[in-house]
Design a protein around this ligand. Sequence first.
Ligand code: GDP
Length: 711
Amino acid sequence: MAWRMLRRKDFHSGLLNLAFRASRGGEKHFSDGAIGKLAQFYRSDRPKHAADCMPSNHFNIRNFHAGVYMLAWSRKKEDIVGLKAPKKEKRVKRENRTQPPVEAPYVAPKPKTATKSPDKTVDIFDGMTLLDLSKRTGAYISTLQGILADLGEKVESEFDSISIDLAELVAMELGVNTRRMHTGEGTNEPRPAVVTVMGHVDHGKTSLLDALRQTSVAAKEAGGITQHIGAFVVEMPSGASITFLDTPGHAAFSAMRARGAAVTDIVVLVVAADDGVMPQTLEAMSHAKSANVPVVVAINKCDKSGADPERVRIQLGSEGLLLEDMGGDVQVVEISAVAKSGLDKLEEALLLQAEMMDLKARIDGPAQAFVVEARVDRGRGPLATAIVKSGTLVSGQHIVVGAEWGRIRSLRDTAGNITESAKPAMPVEIEGLRGLPMAGDDVVVVDSEERARMLSQGRKKKQEKDRLRKIDEGMADELEINEETPERVEMPIIVKADVQGSVQAVTDALRSLNSAQVFVNVVHVGVGPISQHDIDLAQACGAYIVGFNIRTPPIAITQAAARANIKVLLHKVIYHLLEEMGRAIVEKAPGTAETQVSGEAEVLNIFELKGRSKSKGPDIKIAGCRITDGHFSKSGTMRLLRSGDVVFEGPCASLKREKQDAETIEKGTDCGLVIQDCDDFQVGDVIQCLEQVIRKPKFISTQSGSVRIEC
Ligand code: GDP
């Protein structure tokens, strides 16, 4: 690019030749950046050592000197490529020729990074032909046959069909993402709805889930004691049932969706009757809308004296939610999670909604399911709660879950009872996995242990490849950012949470706080309480420890953290955690230096100090001013304006109030001001005091509830 510009500018042929030569072969390091450095070198008061500018072995700087430097100065032009100074905003009067030329910072041209090609995702299905796969992936039939042969499968004709697992293995080998399409064949039968509870913080999501859980099958069977496995089922007297996802919150919902796990059929939007529509209510609405999931509104806390459900209805209506009472189709139910009133009505509304949606799924055949939560149990190993989308999951089957695999040792329902199989919309806890999967991972049934192992290995390899590629891209992004903002500090964070789903949601949310000045680096994540290992790691890399929904660490750990000066943040609400982390990030950010007008004064009088001896220097002009706005500091730079034009700018030589030297002078006060090397004051001129301030980034929380750091 630089070379083209060089030609366009009809640059000195010597430079062109040299630069061209340098851009090739052994001098390939002599790139745009090097030219920039050279330009900087000649524009500045040359450093003592040429090596300060560039490696000495690149080429002889002295030879180049004649080309660039002489040309630049002989032409008295600065618009030569790489030497162009940014346009000056103000006219600065130079009083004497002893002053050096105004030095403009060299702005390196932004490197053009290769555009990132978006990831390719192809749909695959059981029984697809080799030709199908070739068309979708864009690979030659012979290439596919080669990969299949390596996998120990011989496929002769392009019209031969292959299994969905083989198709995935081949696609992974080609570096292509896949989306598994499952056949709708088999009898489709009605299935229960899967419901997620969302809403603003403190509006009663957890209380509602607790109240509903107590009416759940598990609570009825286990005498009111339920274990938290990520989902529970409420059975109605009619025999119908509803599956509730147990993790309230939007981050978990969007993290699942981001992984392609669209398990939610209906969203219950909880709005407190005494508080009304709040930012996270709107956020929940937009989440549901973008996921195309219908909403049932639960106006909670109706038992409270300040409750005003009507107001909530009007607010929701004005936000575009077409409520049933207003002629729309969104049902509204008034409830109290604490007084446990209206819960039956809510359940009925959900059943009605599900009925309208005519939810059906294939019952027979291999299951397709999604993980909603995963944890490690000391005695039982990795456990994943999955909700079956279609088919039937059967104990003993070989499965691949995300990048992990295993053979189902046992399936437990939400009451903790061992069950032989799980049908659509039924949450089950899977035991027998080799590793811990993540919330949102898909569960697929495969024929054999070998196939499970191969798929898991392939997926792990692909994940690693993607991870490395992302790091590469991240580094490229970082380079770009570094061009504009030279300083970027790192904020290492360790995330510990109660379950895998929360770990993921918190990590994703924290990464949304990444900014040009602070790089949020989640160095370690884990399920469970904060351990000594976490403290050691945090100490080693100066990390914050974030604990989400975990119990308070024991005294020994707290003390160890305090001794090592490690910040430990414990929260149960993601938004609160982000708020605190946002504040810490803003504090840590280096900020950007900015020139601000701190005050303005009007010149009322001009005094001249004449007849001074030679030894005391030349005559001095003093501007007698009144500060009309802000304040003046002696350390500031003074800008003299006449009829709005800048006439002079320079440091303050003297600032006095009633003949006394002053450091700062406030608005409304008269003062005497001398600007270094300036004797051009006129009555009526305006003087501005400019101060350098460090502007820190801002933590922004938007109306929709999302957060970011703005630099
Ligand atoms: P979440 O942040 O949305 O999960 O809200 P919580 O379920 O933690 O509830 C926040 C607070 O509101 C708690 O102190 C609850 O006891 C209270 N709360 C929740 N539901 C009701 C209700 O129906 N009536 C009353 N009076 N208080 C409630």
